[in-house]
Structures are given as structure tokens and as C-alpha cells.
Write a protein that binds this ligand. Structure first.
Ligand code: AMP
Length: 241
């Protein structure tokens, strides 16, 4: 059975970190629309030039464009055994489009990570990302110049070490704007999922390890399976712990 997971929650809730780990362990792709767009901006492609200004202001990219990006990504062979979506959907039309895209792919589990706004602002202001691979670190928790163990994703990271930078949309003003947009557009969309048996909410105020455990439990419960069966599935898929 395909393992289809949608991570929901506000910016800074830890969706990216959890999605990354879950996808790696289960040998399925993490599809992050934010990462895809940042990569386009980084490489100065036509898409990147079109979206950069709006992203820097914390605004959402248009539904049609983002739906097309996700459609194309989910059609690739590696997503047939499942996927972890991070940052999509964010609006009601995107949620509807996702239903259509996944209609014949088995259940889609949606897990919302809940974190209060003030903690989100704190986290996002402290967030640093590796310029090369996108790994995340928290500048309040780590002596940021010295942490390299959080970032081992590319050959360059492993040999040269990470280059930690703040995301251009992580300033406090932009973060507050992104939260406003989240409460206006995305939170109401979550109501659309809430009534489904495959929806779960978890508390994001715990340590990343505890959130990770809660996520596995929530996905298993949503699928009506014991958490252990999900761990077995991970072992069979040959994903990396
Ligand atoms: P994220 O890394 O998910 O916080 O996304 C960073 C930025 O990319 C957002 O603030 C939006 O400008 C844009 N973006 C990412 N995903 C979407 C989406 N599903 N719909 C619209 N805009 C998006």
C-alpha cells in the first residue's frame, strides 16, 4: 500500500524537519513546495524570477502554478509508492486539486502539527538553513558556526561543511505576515480535512524526537494499524533510519 502523507501546520511548526525524516525512513520522496520554489529562485530560472518578490514578502504563489508543480512532481515514478507533502496544500483550491490528483492512490493521511504563534515567531527568527542542502538548524539552541552534524546531505556539506544562512522570508515582519496568511487561508482549509478519518493533530511543542514518535503513532492510527507495523514497513522499504 502506498504511504501518502500530508504535513499540515504553520510556518516554523517543524513540518519540514519531520517530513524529511519520515520520508527518508520510509524510502519515499519528500515533496516540499517551498524547497522547490527556493531552488528555482536560487538557480534564477524563469519560475524563480516570477515568484521571488512575492515569496520575499511572505505572500502565497498562485494556486494554478503551485498545483501544476505538485501535479508534475507526484507523477514521477518515485512518488508512486507514496510521498510526504510539506507546504502543500495551503488553500481550499489546492486541497481540492490534491484530492483529484490522489483519487486513485489509496488513503492520504493528513497530520497537523500544532504550535502557538509566539513560539513560531521565536523559532522562525532563530531558523538557519544550509545554503547548499536546505537542512535546518536553530540558532538559539546551537552555536551555529560549529554545527555540522545537522547537515550531511550533499557531498559539499560533508566535505566543506554547511553554510548557515537565514531564509530571506524569515524576518519577524515577514513571519508575522506569513502567519496572518496562514490563519486566513490555510487554517480554514484544515477544517476541510478535519472530518476525515485519516486526519490527526499532534502537539508540536515537544522535542523533535517526541514529535517524530507522535507522528508515527498518528499515521498508524489514521491507517488503522499499530505503530509497529509502520516501523516494519520502514524496515522493508530499505529507507535509512
Ligand atoms: P515554506 O517553505 O513552505 O514556508 O514556503 C515558503 C514560501 O513559498 C511561502 O511563503 C510561499 O511564498 C511559497 N509557497 C510554498 N508552498 C506554497 C503553496 N502551497 N502555495 C502557495 N505558495 C507557496
Amino acid at each position: 500500500m502506498a504511504l501518502n502523507l500530508v504535513m499540515l501546520g504553520p510556518p516554523g511548526a517543524g513540518k519540514g524537519t519531520q517530513a524529511e525524516r519520515f520520508a527518508r525512513v520510509h524510502g519515499i520522496p519528500k515533496v516540499s513546495t517551498g524547497d522547490i520554489l527556493r531552488e528555482a529562485v536560487h538557480s534564477a530560472s524563469e519560475l524563480g524570477r516570477d515568484v521571488k518578490e512575492g515569496m520575499d514578502r511572505g505572500e502565497l504563489v498562485g494556486d494554478d502554478l503551485i498545483i501544476e508543480i505538485v501535479r508534475e512532481r507526484l507523477m514521477r515514478p518515485d512518488a508512486m509508492a507514496g510521498f510526504v507533502l510539506d507546504g502543500f496544500p495551503r488553500t481550499a483550491p489546492q486541497a481540492k486539486a490534491l484530492d483529484e490528483l490522489t483519487a486513485s492512490r489509496g488513503p492520504v493521511v493528513c497530520v497537523e502539527i500544532q504550535v502557538p504563534d509566539e513560539e513560531l515567531v521565536r523559532r522562525v527568527r532563530a531558523r538557519r538553513v544550509c545554503e547548499d542542502c536546505g537542512a535546518n538548524a536553530d540558532a538559539f539552541e546551537h552555536a551555529i558556526d560549529s554545527v555540522s552534524d545537522l547537515c550531511q546531505n550533499t557531498e559539499r556539506c560533508r566535505t566543506v561543511g554547511p553554510t548557515w544562512v537565514a531564509r530571506s522570508d524569515d524576518s519577524e515582519i515577514v513571519v508575522r505576515e506569513r502567519l496572518k496568511i496562514y490563519w486566513r487561508n490555510t487554517r480554514p482549509m484544515i477544517e476541510y480535512y478535519k472530518a476525515r478519518p485519516t486526519f490527526r493533530a499532534i502537539d508540536g511543542m515537544r522535542s523533535p524526537e517526541q514529535v517524530r514518535e507522535a507522528l508515527v503513532g498518528a499515521v498508524a492510527a489514521a491507517l488503522g494499524q499499530p505503530a509497529e507495523s509502520l516501523r516494519d514497513l520502514a524496515r522493508q522499504s530499505g529507507g535509512q533510519a
